[in-house]
Design a protein around this ligand. Structure first.
Ligand SMILES: Nc1ncnc2c1ncn2[C@@H]1O[C@H](COP(=O)(O)OP(=O)(O)OP(=O)(O)O)[C@@H](O)[C@H]1O
Ligand SMILES: [Mg+2]
Length: 242
């Protein structure tokens, strides 16, 4: 099993701190939702786990197979090699390349290159529509299909932890539901540990095993508090800023 934990993480850009002491756990095999509206630090937290944004204090530790890896002291390449995959904000696909070409771009690291045909097969198992459309240009696909390509590309390294940054952006509500359900299914079939950043509060809490609400770079609600608050005033006040 593999499980990332953040403890009192302070991180940001230059001299500006965005995360002000964030603690969060994703137990092995679970899906945790990180909920918050624009500009509250969701992507920054994901980038901190990946070593793209430096951690100035606190710790990010990955417990994996009885070992403890201090991610906050490691370089991005080494973090990725531990089996942390990411579906970046905005998908970052190449619209003028085919599905297959986009997927293969996920396997550029040497270790992944060796296994790319096997991993490609696993992606096609997970998303049969991508096998059917392997030669189609990604720019001509629907938003939901493009999101499958983005997730598939992240799976091309056979990660054990998957970080997904706002997969629902730009998708119709019904497609959001289907996309989140697909991620939940992948968690189970591939035994992934998943952290998903989302703005769609109700849809994400419906499928996540645990949830955190982040506001102004701090966790302001967690788990049972969120369930208890439901659609009540506390959530409206903190989450929606109303
Ligand atoms: N590269 C950067 N340089 C400086 N400040 C940044 C940078 N990226 C983000 N920020 C700032 O950090 C804060 C948090 O941004 P972040 O992107 O983490 O939020 P978010 O919750 O992912 O928002 P969204 O839902 O819009 O993606 C914002 O105030 C933002 O302006
Ligand atoms: Mg973001």
């Amino acid at each position: 099993m593999t499980s990332p934990s953040l403890r009192n993480v302070v991180a940001g850009y230059g001299t500006v701190n965005v995360l002000h002491g964030v603690s969060l756990d994703v137990p092995g095999g679970e899906m945790a939702a990180l909920l918050g509206t624009n500009g509250n630090g969701k992507s920054t937290l994901i980038r901190a786990i990946l070593g793209i944004v430096p951690v100035s204090s606190g710790s990010i530790v990955l417990e994996q197979d009885g070992q403890r890896w201090p991610l906050h002291e490691m370089r991005t390449e080494a973090i990725v090699d531990l089996g942390i995959g990411v579906v970046a904000e905005g998908r970052r696909l190449f619209g003028n390349l085919s599905v297959r070409e986009n997927l293969l771009l996920g396997a550029w690291r040497r270790a992944a290159r060796r296994l790319r045909e096997r991993n490609l097969d696993a992606v096609f198992e997970a998303f049969p529509v991508l096998r059917e459309r392997a030669g189609q240009l990604v720019g001509t696909m629907s938003g939901g299909q493009q999101q499958m390509v983005a997730i598939g590309r992240a799976l091309m390294t056979a990660p054990r932890v998957l970080l997904v940054d706002e997969p629902s952006v730009g998708l119709a509500p019904a497609v959001v539901k289907e996309t989140l359900a697909q991620i939940a299914r992948l968690k189970t079939t591939l035994g992934l540990t998943v952290l998903i950043a989302e703005q769609s509060f109700h849809q994400a809490t419906a499928i996540a095993d645990r949830a955190y609400v982040i506001a102004h770079g701090a966790i302001v609600m967690y788990g049972d508090d969120i369930a208890a608050a439901g659609s009540g005033d506390a959530v409206r006040e903190i989450y929606l800023g109303a």
